[in-house]
Design a protein around this ligand. Structure first.
Ligand code: SAH
Length: 388
């Protein structure tokens, strides 16, 4: 008897029963939204079941990740029958682009995708000074509900799979290729909390980094967390040289409890201890993010507390001007931002002001929000109207 209590039927060998059950499980997985197609192992499994030689999996994998094909039919080096069989079983693209908004200067593009189960997914491409950075979403919605961020307003709907994360990048890679360009950086800073979907986020990092596939340098990949402490230790132990950013936003527990509710679970002493351990272990630079909220987190008390927390080697503070999301906060004026920065610099913390492009098209930090996508393709409602 197997673990789920099902006994092997009479006239069926245990081995045959096992493989039947495995096949049913695989079919169910294929029928659900996540047809795990980009991963080499999936291709190997599927092609082996189709009786194709092993090298075919590598061939298909490279066509998807390097030649950036969007259909098996386009892989003309495969026998026609195999192309048809693959197409019947796997889906090479998991997200359909349904709406695009481009900033007036043309350097930022926000794309709304629809996943196979109809869920909306947003990603942003930013082209700036020779870099083409894709900002990837890791979840549909977000459970963290930071006070100033639109992504958490409607709560969490579901995790994205690694393939769905990589698909966001491949979409922009195809666009860039038409201009003879490529994706140079990927930041996991879109909708969702990557460390509450840790395994899939890391699998996406490995897929992006795989030298046999997409081949993006680990140092060109950054993951941002609101401060899931146990995951920071896990991340520090990963063999890849990925970057980490921690969304700090407040330097006292009292204020951080209010701005980043996750702080009640992982208060600053625990968070900063995890950060110190991360730097000690990796010897890599650690980025902290601070959304500047005038009158809320730009006072002298915060600056003084911040000085104590961050005046350490390899710590770096990125200031982000708050982008309006329709809540209680106001964006800083250029003067307010400069004044805060000057105060920070006096504490001798390493600090830069991060560009947050895309405000005109609601594509800037914190502005990615849940929007329902109707089956026809057009987004049906704004964040406030996303009611299911
Ligand atoms: N959940 C992760 C990933 C989001 S990254 C995290 O919290 O780190 C996006 C960054 O933009 C985070 O630092 C987030 O706090 C910040 N952000 C959220 N809302 C914002 C807003 N309205 N204006 C500017 N930055 C914002």
């Amino acid at each position: 008897m197997s673990r789920d209590g099902l006994t092997t039927p009479r006239h069926c060998s245990a081995h045959r029963w096992q493989s039947l059950r495995a096949a049913v499980r695989r079919d169910i997985a294929i029928l659900t939204y996540n047809r795990r197609v980009i991963a080499l192992e999936t291709l190997q499994e599927t092609l082996a079941a189709l009786g194709a030689p092993r090298y075919r999996a590598t061939q298909v994998y490279q066509a998807l990740t390097r030649e950036l094909v969007t259909s098996f039919a386009a892989i003309t080096t495969l026998p026609a029958e195999l192309r048809r069989d693959l197409a019947a079983q796997l889906d090479p693209v998991l997200l359909d682009a349904v709406e695009v908004r481009v900033s007036p200067r043309g350097d930022t593009r926000k794309t709304l995708f629809r996943a196979r189960d109809g869920e909306p997914v947003e990603a942003v491409l930013m082209v700036y000074r020779g870099r083409a950075t894709v900002c990837v979403s890791t979840q549909v919605g977000c459970a963290v509900r930071c006070a100033f961020c639109a992504s958490g307003a409607a709560g969490l709907r579901r995790d994205l799979s690694a393939e769905e994360m990589v698909d966001q990048v491949l979409h922009f890679a195809r666009l860039l290729r038409d201009d003879d360009r490529r994706v140079t950086n990927v930041v996991f800073m879109g909708m969702g909390e990557p460390f509450l979907n840790y395994d899939e986020t890391l699998r996406a990092c490995r897929l992006l980094n795989d030298p046999a596939g997409i081949g993006l340098a680990a140092r060109a990949i950054s993951v941002s967390t609101a401060g899931v402490v146990p995951a920071i230790a896990r991340y520090a132990a990963e063999p890849l040289q990925l970057n980490l950013a921690v969304s700090l936003h407040a330097a006292t527990d009292e204020l951080r409890d209010r701005l980043v509710p996750l702080n009640r679970q992982y208060p600053l002493t625990k968070l900063m201890a995890a950060c110190a351990a991360y730097v000690a272990k990796t010897r890599r630079k650690l980025f902290f993010e601070w959304v500047v909220l005038p009158g809320v987190n730009d006072g002298d008390d915060q600056v003084a507390a911040l000085g104590k927390l961050l005046r350490k080697p390899l710590y770096h503070l990125n200031l982000i001007a708050y982008n309006e999301t329709g809540g209680e906060f106001a964006s800083p004026t250029a003067g307010e931002l400069a004044a805060f920065r000057a105060k920070i610099e006096r504490t001798r913390i390493a600090c830069t002001v991060r560009r947050s492009p895309g405000v005109e098209i609601d594509a800037a930090c914190g502005q990615l929000a849940l929007r329902r996508v109707s089956p026809g393709g057009a987004p049906a409602a704004s964040a406030a109207g996303a009611d299911q």
